[in-house]
Design a protein around this ligand. Sequence first.
Ligand code: FAD
Length: 518
Amino acid sequence: MVKDRTSASLPLQPGDWNGGVALDVYRQAIEFVPVATSITDVRANILYANSAFERLTGYTESEIVGLNESVLSDHATPPDTYRKLWAAITSGREWKGRLVNRRKDGTRYLADLTVVPILDAQGNPEYFLGMHRDVTDVHELESKLKNQNTLLSSLVEAAPALIALLNASGKVIFSNPAFEDLQREMPRDVLAPHFLRALNESLGVDLRSLCENGTDFSAVEARIETLDGEIRWFACSATRVPEQDMSAAGYFSVNGRCGLLLVASDITLQRRRFEQARTNAVRAVLAEQQMLQGMREVISGAVFQLQGPLNVMNAAQQMALRKTGTDEQTSLPVAEMLEAGYAAVERLKSAMPRLAPEPVEPVNINELIHDVLDISIEDLLRAGVFVDWRPEKQLPNVPGRANALRSLIKHLLDNAILAIKDGGGLREIVITSSVTPSGDVRLDVRDTGPGLDEKLRLKIFEPFFTGWVKTRFRSGMGLALARRIIIEQGGSLEIANHMTGGCRVEVVFAAASLGHGQ
Ligand code: FAD
């Protein structure tokens, strides 16, 4: 037989409220609510318990009615909680809180309890209505989440990497102490935009498209300049993080917006080591090239010196032969000398060291200038020359042989240093890179030397011409070679006097490929 639970012995009688109709509805509602509900007298002695109460505590209604609510106490709840509970409900106020309860079978659970006083006509508590839910699982989840949060935040706090969460507008909504530390070395709030710009340059995509359609990325290098001009390098990775709409309206809809979790590790030290190694390698290659070039110049000089008199002798002999007819007495030794002379020239030519072939590839003239300045630092310091380097920020690559172009730029810089040594006034070299209206790349090297004697302007590109006053160990082949290199590249090289004094060398590197192979 099914027990009619709605007719359980409640303290209220059907006639007490609206002829009993509303009370029946009220009783039935309480009986079937899924929350463990009990009604007690003012000392917490149980008068009624619903079926959810039975299910949760393990006590049947007949077992529990007449017992005190304290039968559920596990005695693990601090006494102060009970003091607060009783202080509230005896003054006619509702109380909510969590207690550790024990079921009939002795198992514990965490109860989320609400006690509501039911007042008499004078406003004094007459009964108490208790409602409680088992929130052990919720507590377990909350604790797990809290532990994970603590673990995650201690990891994030202690991480040496910079961590920042950016929203889709690029605003930092969370950052760790490492990020904050670097932030302090930058003008206010520019660190995130700096990173975004650097990443934009490396990846070629902006934050918005990265957030909307992009994919995660890792190991992208970003270069950041701090307030005191220090350059720092970071290896960055980013993960797209969906932005949760926490409003009620967002419960059923997905807003599709993403933020970016940015993790950046400082690789400045490794980068500096790498740069140093690279500079050393460039220096070694240039030194070898210069040595080979020097040998080629000496041999070319010797060939030139030998070939001149040989040609004169040859012409003279031809003239003598034409005038006098065959004269074996005089022409034989001359012919032998000429033959020996030309053979010597050929031997010298075959001894000319070959420069290693170099492929044509896209090169950035700013980077080449940077390399040359790096390896020339000691020469510049020794000569007491100040370099004002004004690079164009966005310089397109041009096709060319990197090492050949480096030695061209190095030669122009060496010339400028020599000119300043010859001059003796202000000791400054201004180097400017720019883009011409037709998209070529222009390099200007301006010195504060004595300038170029107008009479020499056409001669300076001649092989073996040298106009240096104080320097004797230059062969005069440099500009001739420099011009050859730039013509091969498809560009041009002009030298003129600058209106403020000194020389101005203008080199134009052609943007269009000449299709040179090796
Ligand atoms: P005490 O706190 O000293 O309680 C002993 C008993 O003395 C109490 O049960 C109560 O009958 C009475 N008492 C204590 N203070 C007062 C006071 N200021 N005025 C009147 N009588 C007082 N406790 C739980 O541990 N789990 C529950 O699920 C739970 N549900 C409750 C539901 C209701 C509707 C009410 C009114 C109380 C509930 N309590 C519950 C509180 C419970 O009555 C006890 O206060 C508590 O269990 C601590 O009991 P205790 O034996 O450790 O000692």
